[in-house]
Write a protein that binds this ligand. Structure first.
Ligand code: ADP
Ligand code: MG
Ligand code: MG
Length: 899
């Protein structure tokens, strides 16, 4: 069956009938006044697209259904005396701009236009309908540039002194029809088809073809809609809003899509057809005006809106037409809405008894919550941007431009807001990024270091602003048009749009974040409805979720913030920062040590510093687990840059003031220099070849736990060994760790458990998870590295080089660093979960990559059966919400499967 009459479908048949067709069917079966019509299925479209031929049965099925419509309306398609006219409307499963525009009034010909005029007793109406058909058919079916038609209409209006199209009389419109027919002949090389069925079939084919129109393809790619769904085609008996002043057409929402408030929202335009109401050809009136124009239709419309809301149990948007005082419904669907409205509407519907709390949770998502959490520029302060780049990490930031980390940190410490401006960022800029309100770079895209780190910190970032010429050494940049910005000048960046502004644009804080941070009481009488809604749905999510949510945090302040945001521990504490800044000299000493004594001295200098770091962290997370990852990056990242140092040594040599320490350091840097650091001496490999390094860290961790316990705290620390590829690596490093822990226990009397586990971030670790699990108390999937190592590319290198091209050509729908590559990386995760748990049923499983806070990935982790996800503090609420949604959706699926 390739064609369904409206009475044969329903709203759950969107796959086959498209959204528009399914909802027209649903309204028909609700007894609402829908003009008769039918839907040609997406399957017919797929066959046509595959074979290049309209399926053989289609013609007869269309004939059969057309006959039913003809009977219902008491008219025949294109009958010269009294024609039935129809519209042909595209309608895919997901609403999709870029596909064919609707063609109205199909069935009008040189002869039937006269029959229509006679039947309606209205010449003007008939010619107006015909000229619209010529225009729409010419443009969308015959592919003629619409400007030809628009120009002719404008010329005629000028000629007749008619301000609006309604001011043109029958004679003028008839003339316009002649002009339009000439345009069609001139532009397409043939006459407008005078056979109504030929018009219909051509329009149907054009809708099929429009599935592959370039704009449709681009849109699908961006929205990640599958390319092989195809579109349905709806053929609907025409009703006429252009039949005089007692007719008209309009759009309506069952509640305000911006705020969620209940009421009557919409626009109405008298004596108009189809798109006139949204095209702005004349001024529409607010829908409430319809109460004065046509009380009966207005009341009926309000009744229908109530029926639809009750039936769909959600905000609906509606298209309707009134033909000579009679109301017709032409479309409805669950309406789009802003993120804030989504939360408000979902909770309103619960209060109204229309949906359950679980359903309310499924009506909002983490992307929307994330949007609500970013500060934004006050919309009332419109400004002209000086440059535009990639909206890498949303939010709004204002501050003085600084060009290096030291200045960022220094100015920030005096209370100055700064924006860190760099060509690109590196791990060395981390402190500067932490100190800055926002980050602006001229290179790199959404997965560049700046973008990824900024997103992780929930910090505004605009990156890849290639039109900026940044001179870091001089501390200034120039924007197009010669705009110069020097260190200290105030700039504003909008990470949601990618805009860069000169000067200060006022920023408003997100009330949702103030709520999460405990500054706003959702129960207070004056609390905003939005905050109350978010609070309520978060409670539902927390009650339902099975995934724990931890945070990635390295510093006590971050940990405290994460905790306020609802984190149940730290899933990843990176220890790199404990070797930066002042402490670099100890790393240098460690690398340069020529004997055990020197090495021990360097390590011992680091011990109290690290212990204090861990104590702070354990205090902030008292009672909750804290997973400490031992040092991961290659040592040379902590040493001076090879080129800088070479130059320094060479210059010193020329001047005859050689520094033996520098020269030794240079030799060491050369020795440690790697072609491919990502695959070099890092992670557990460092632990195994740099004597004492991991032992130092484990000792600092264990002693910190002991100290916390002595101080009355409840430390729960876990040691995590990074980059393990084989169980032997884990066994060796674990043995050393256990020895150190035992020693600390003996000296301090500390008895609490200190589990030792590993990160799974190499394919080999996942593939041998069964063996590795026997030496691990827990696995934490490091999905950032696991993605890099599975794909064989390094994030920092590939993003700028070719991700844009890959995304554009559809190799990825989305960067695998943003949303977990389920088919590849996900398979490794699944395998490791299964084999790991089989070897060790009590194995604790988590994930600590960026993906832990990505809404789509959270659903995968839920299904994979992990115990927790860990993400940046800012993303914790998003992960909590999505974990709740994942549980609710999985239960709903299981429920419908067993029914
Ligand atoms: P879109 O998908 O862009 O909303 P539609 O198929 O809904 O396109 O049609 C465009 C316009 O034509 C809408 O205003 C719709 O209400 C109107 N329209 C479509 N079919 C008919 C019809 N049979 N009678 C009157 N107006 C119609
Ligand atoms: Mg529509
Ligand atoms: Mg890693």
């Amino acid at each position: 069956m390739l064609v369904y009459g409206f009475a044969q479908g329903n709203k759950d048949m969107r796959d086959l009938l498209g959204g528009k067709g399914a909802n027209l069917a649903e309204m028909t079966n609700l007894g609402l006044p829908v003009p008769p019509g039918f839907t040609i299925t997406t399957e017919a479209c797929r066959t046509y697209l595959d074979t290049g031929q309209v399926p053989a049965e289609l013609h007869d099925e269309v004939t059969k259904h057309l006959a039913l419509v003809e009977t219902a309306r008491g008219k025949r398609l294109g009958d010269p005396g009294d024609p039935l006219l129809v519209s042909v409307r595209s309608g895919a499963k997901f609403s999709m701009p870029g596909m064919m525009d609707t063609v109205l009034n199909i069935g009008l010909t040189d002869r039937s236009v006269r029959g229509l005029a006679e039947q309606a007793g209205d010449e003007r109406f008939a010619w107006d309908s015909y000229r619209r058909l010529l225009q729409m058919f010419g443009k969308t079916v015959q592919g003629i540039d619409g400007a030809h038609f628009d120009d002719a209409l404008d010329a005629l209006k000028r000629d007749r002194g008619a301000p609006h199209d309604v001011d043109l009389d029958a004679g003028a419109l008839r003339e316009l029809v002649t002009t339009y027919k000439q345009i069609v002949r001139a532009e397409s090389g043939r006459d407008f088809p005078q056979d109504p069925r030929e018009q219909l079939d051509a329009a149907i084919r054009a809708v099929f073809d429009s599935w592959n129109a370039p704009r449709a393809i681009t849109y699908r790619r961006q929205e990640r809609i599958s390319a092989d769904l195809g579109t349905a085609v709806n053929v609907v008996a025409m009703v006429f809003g252009n039949a005089g002043p007692d007719s008209g057409t309009g759009v309506a929402f069952t509640r305000d899509p911006a705020s969620g408030a209940r009421g009557v929202y919409g626009d109405y335009l008298a004596n108009a057809q189809g798109e006139d109401v949204v095209a702005g050809i004349r001024n529409t009136v607010p829908l409430t005006e319809l109460a004065h124009l046509d009380k009966k239709s207005y009341d009926e419309l309000l009744d229908i809106m109530a029926t639809l809301e009750g039936h769909y149990r959600d905000l609906c948007d509606i298209e309707f037409t009134i033909e000579r005082g009679r109301l017709w419904m032409l479309q409805t669907r669950v309406g789009k809405r802003t993120a804030a409205a989504a939360f408000r509407i979902a909770t309103q519907l619960v209060d109204e008894g229309l949906i359950t709390e679980d359903e309310a949770l499924s009506r909002v998502d983490g992307h929307q919550l994330a949007q609500l959490m970013f500060p934004r520029f006050d919309e009332r302060a419109a400004r002209q941007a000086i440059a535009h780049g990639m909206n890498a990490s949303p939010g709004a930031a204002v501050g003085r431009a600084v060009f290096d980390t030291a200045t960022a940190v220094e100015w920030n410490s005096t209370g100055e807001d700064v924006i860190l401006v760099r060509r690109e960022t590196t791990p060395d800029d981390l402190d500067g990024m932490i100190a800055a309100r926002g980050i602006l770079t001229s290179r790199g895209g959404r997965t560049s270091h700046a973008a990824v780190v900024a997103r992780g910190m929930g910090k505004t970032c605009v990156c890849g602003v290639e039109t900026l010429d940044i001179d870091v050494a001089r501390g200034r940049f120039t924007a197009p048009g010669g705009v110069e910005v020097s260190e200290g000048d105030v700039i504003s960046i909008d990470g949601t749009t990618g805009d860069v502004f000169l000067g200060e644009v006022p920023v408003v804080d997100s009330p949702v974040v103030r709520y999460f941070e405990g500054e706003l009481d959702p129960g207070a009488a004056q609390a905003e409805e939005l905050v109350r809604s978010v609070h309520r749905l978060m409670k539902v999510a927390d009650g339902r979720r099975r995934l724990g949510v931890r945070a990635n945090a390295d510093l006590p302040d971050d940990a405290a913030r994460a905790r306020a945001m609802g984190a149940a521990g730290i899933g990843l504490c990176r220890t790199e920062h404990m070797f930066l800044g002042e402490r670099r000299r100890y790393v240098e000493a460690l690398v340069l040590a020529e004997d055990d004594a020197e090495r021990t001295a360097a390590l011992e200098a680091l011990l109290p510093l690290q212990r204090a770091d861990f104590e702070g962290l354990l205090a902030a997370m008292d009672g909750l687990p804290v997973t400490v990852r031992l040092l991961d990056p290659p040592l040379h990242e902590f040493l001076p840059d090879l080129t800088d140092l070479s130059v320094r040594v060479a210059l010193a040599g020329e001047r005859g003031v050689r520094d033996p320490q520098d020269e030794r350091l240079l030799r060491a840097v050369r020795r440690l220099h790697e072609q491919n650091p990502m695959m070099g001496l890092r992670g557990v490999r460092l632990g195994l070849v740099v004597p004492g390094l991991y032992a130092l860290q484990v000792r600092a961790v264990a002693e910190a736990a002991a100290a916390r316990e002595r101080a009355g705290g409840h430390p729960r620390v876990e040691v995590m060994i990074p980059l393990v590829g084989t169980v032997q690596e884990l066994e060796l490093s674990r043995e050393e760790a256990e020895r150190t822990i035992a020693d600390v226990r003996e000296r301090t009397g500390f008895t609490g458990p200190i589990p030792v586990g590993t990160m799974v971030e190499l394919p080999r670790a996942a593939l041998t998870a069964g063996a590795i699990a026997r030496a691990a108390d827990f696995f934490s999937f490091g999905t950032n590295d696991l993605t890099q190592t599975t794909w064989g590319f390094s994030r920092d290198d590939v993003e700028a080089a070719f991700f844009a091209a890959y995304l554009e050509r559809g190799v990825f729908g989305v960067s695998p660093f943003e949303s977990l590559d389920v088919a590849g990386v996900g398979r490794l995760v699944d395998l490791a979960v299964r084999e790991g748990r089989a070897a060790r049923p009590d194995l604790k499983l988590g994930v600590c990559g960026e993906h832990g806070g990505d809404p789509d990935s959270v659903h995968f982790f839920h299904e994979a059966g992990l115990d927790y996800v860990s993400c940046s503090a800012f993303r914790v609420p998003v992960a909590r919400l999505e974990a709740g949604r994942a549980a609710v959706l999985a239960d709903a699926d299981a429920g419908s499967a067993s029914r």
